[in-house]
Design a protein around this ligand. Structure first.
Ligand code: C2E
Ligand code: MG
Ligand code: MG
Length: 650
């Protein structure tokens, strides 16, 4: 975090310093050029050679009229021409710098130019020694001017060289500082890069929340341990997860869930110091690897150690949370081809604990693999069950307890398995939910139930069970609408039964879907009320029409003295909230008596009838109509047994 705060300024500083260094290099080249030009300047040369040229002109003029001097007018003109040329050069732009640097030089140059211009006509008409003497006299002041100009030129060019050198030295120091700054920035950036790389490497191998090694590290460690076959002892792989962790997240929030995971990892790290590695594989799933000389008893002792860690509750935000865990353990086998085989076996053992009873550990046994393979085949069979028309709906009457007449039927799925016979939904619905097959199966059940209801009188309703997963089905509402329209069923005749596990998901889509279905006119019923994590607030937060009181409350025995009171309280509450009540699982006349006394509106159970085929529903309804025509309102309750599910039989 701190690094990332400095990263941008550092990059900007490096770029700025680099740019400044390049600029300084360019300026130093310019200053060096200035130095060399100051030394080699044409004007300097011209000025410096003006005095000797003047002397030569004077000597030539002086000797012009001496006998045998051999000097002609042309020689004089040549020398004067050279002088004139010098004056032209001093007037050009090249000498501007010199004139700028020294005001005296400007005065001198102008004076010299004027003198030369003045004596030019004399030079042309110099015919006598007297005239030559006059010329020499006129030239004379030029000597001192030329000497002074030479001195001035030398000093200005020396000053210029000195200035350029001073600038160069300054630039050198600035450049040095810049380069040192660049070096420092570069070194800090490299250090930051190395740290970031180290951290990336760490986060690729460690879990951020718990600081435990992650799945990648775990797989590498397992692979390494597996390769080291020669070491004494066998490998023991342990996998465990927290039971019902999702509910902790859903009810207490994700922050509490994260806190729980950290506490678990801390407690377990202390309890498993002998592990080769203890890692968090993801979510609430943890795993450890051990090496042991007696792997089976050792594995069992590890299982017990892990369970012992969960005996004390975890303290989260001031509240104490009791959590259990399920542990699967596998021991390396000479037959294991890869480390993955071992992992899969531990996973199978864990799955078996979850299926069986949570809060326990299980060592892998070959039977578990067989059961797993069987489950796979079963899931495959279920995939084709719909297409092969092996699914069927049975219907169990829901009776109005005031009139004793059939108020409706609950549609209950059955599977005619090719080899296993008629199967209860509790055997295949969990697998359908795991594999998402529940979505097409659920849509089919709604359509089939509406088709059945089309054969019944308009005041007989139909209830269909909805799985939590169906709330993730984008086609759910449309399939309900289509089924109702196709079979001409009034929406109020259809009740969708949901369980509290749907509500515990607590997300907006569940509420939206329920509201949309209700707006369609469909009724919603809360099934198996009182079994889950019932919160009375659900009753006000979600739009229900009815509550189905779970069959566990029907037990009327000294062991359950409070059941009648509980049922009565639920019925009172429902009546106050304007909800209908249905008592499930009424099996005996005593239970029916108890239910009647509580004021419950409807009942369902083997005492009235078992789930039946569509044809039996028609017979039941016809008989009921006949009785109502023949006899006064008292309805005799049928207790005949019609073949139903292979489970749930009384
Ligand atoms: P449920 O919705 O609570 O259905 C009532 C279950 O109790 C049915 O079992 C029914 O046969 C049984 N039952 C009825 N009266 C009595 C009684 O007096 N005593 C006893 N012991 N049991 C009684 P079934 O048909 O095996 O269904 C079990 C569960 O499977 C249902 O519980 C429901 O949750 C689920 N299910 C059934 N059909 C469907 C379906 O189409 N879709 C979904 N998603 N779930 C379904
Ligand atoms: Mg139900
Ligand atoms: Mg129920």
């Amino acid at each position: 975090m701190v690094e990332s705060k400095w990263e941008l300024p550092l990059i900007a500083a490096t770029a700025g310093l680099g740019f400044a260094a390049v600029t300084m290099l360019f300026s130093s080249v310019q200053y060096m050029d200035g130095i060399s030009r100051a030394a080699e300047n044409n004007v300097v040369y011209e000025v410096m050679t003006t005095s000797p040229e003047l002397a030569r002109l004077q000597m030539t003029v002086a000797a012009r009229f001496l006998p045998d001097s051999g000097i002609s007018d042309d020689d004089v003109a040549l020398r004067f021409g050279i002088l004139e040329n010098r004056m032209v050069v001093l007037g050009t732009v090249e000498s501007r710098r010199l004139r700028q640097d020294s005001a005296e030089a400007t005065v001198l140059i102008e004076r010299m130019q004027r003198t030369v211009a003045d004596i030019a006509p004399w030079m042309e008409h110099m015919e006598t020694p007297v005239e030559a003497a006059a010329v020499l006299k006129a030239i004379e002041p030029l000597n001192s001017a030329a000497a002074r100009l030479a001195a001035l030129t030398t000093s200005t060019s020396a000053t210029r060289i000195a200035e350029n050198r001073a600038m160069l030295i300054e630039i050198f120091w600035q450049l040095l500082v810049g380069i040192l700054g660049l070096l420092a920035c570069g070194m800090i950036l490299v250090a930051m890069l190395r740290r970031a790389r180290k951290r990336a490497r760490h986060s690729a191998h460690y879990d951020v929340l718990t600081a435990l090694p992650n799945r990648l590290s775990y797989n590498i460690a397992l692979e390494e341990e597996f390769e080291r076959g020669g070491r004494p002892g066998s490998l023991v792989v342990v996998m465990f997860d927290l039971d019902l962790f999702k509910q902790v997240n859903d009810t207490m929030g994700h922050a509490a869930g994260d806190r729980l995971l950290s506490l678990v990892s801390r407690r377990l790290s202390t309890a498993l110091p002998d592990a080769v590695i203890f890692a968090r594989l993801g979510g609430d799933e943890f795993a450890a690897i051990f090496r042991a000389l007696h792997p089976k008893p050792f594995g069992e002792s590890v299982g017990r150690r892990i369970l012992a860690c969960f005996e004390r509750p975890f303290e989260i935000d001031g509240s104490r949370l009791a959590v259990s865990t399920s542990v699967g353990i596998a021991v390396s086998d000479p037959g294991d081809a890869t480390a993955d085989d071992l992992l899969k076996r531990a996973d199978l053992a864990l799955y078996a604990v979850k299926e069986d009873r949570r809060g326990a550990f299980k060592m892998f046994q070959p039977a578990l693999k067989e059961a797993y393979l069987e489950r796979q085949t079963f899931a495959k069979d279920l995939e084709t069950a719909l297409a092969r028309n092996q699914l069927e709906l049975h219907f169990q009457p829901i009776v109005d307890l005031r009139s004793d007449r059939t108020a409706g039927f609950e549609a209950l799925l059955r599977w005619h398995h090719p080899t296993k016979g008629l199967l209860s939904p509790s055997l295949f619905i969990p697998i359908a939910e795991e594999t998402a097959l529940i979505l097409p199966i659920g849509r089919w059940a709604i359509a089939e139930a509406c088709a059945a209801a089309a054969h019944w009188p308009d005041d007989v309703s139909i209830a269909v069970n909805l799985s939590p997963r169906q709330f993730g089905d984008p086609q759910l509402q449309e399939s309900v609408r289509m089924a109702l329209t196709r079979h001409g069923i009034r929406p109020a005749r259809l009740t969708l039964e949901i369980t509290e596990s749907v509500l515990i998901q607590n997300d907006a889509t569940v509420l939206d879907t329920l509201t949309a279905l209700r707006e369609m006119g469909v009724r919603i019923s809360l099934d198996d009320f009182g079994t889950g994590y019932a919160s009375l607030s659900y009753l006000t937060r979600f739009p229900f029409d009815a509550i189905k009181i779970d069959q566990s409350f029907m037990r009327v025995s000294p062991a359950h003295p409070h059941n009648p009171t509980i049922v009565e309280t639920i019925c009172d509450l429902a009546a106050k909230l304007g909800l209908c009540t249905v008592a499930e699982g009424i099996e005996t006349p005593e239970q029916l008596d108890m239910i009647r006394r509580t004021g419950c509106r409807k009942g369902q159970g083997y005492l009235f009838d078992q789930p039946m085929t569509l044809a039996d529903c028609a017979t039941r309804l016809a008989l009921e109509r006949l009785r109502s025509i023949q006899a006064p309102p008292k309805v005799e309750i049928a207790t005949r047994r019609i073949p139903g599910a292979t489970t749930n039989q009384p």
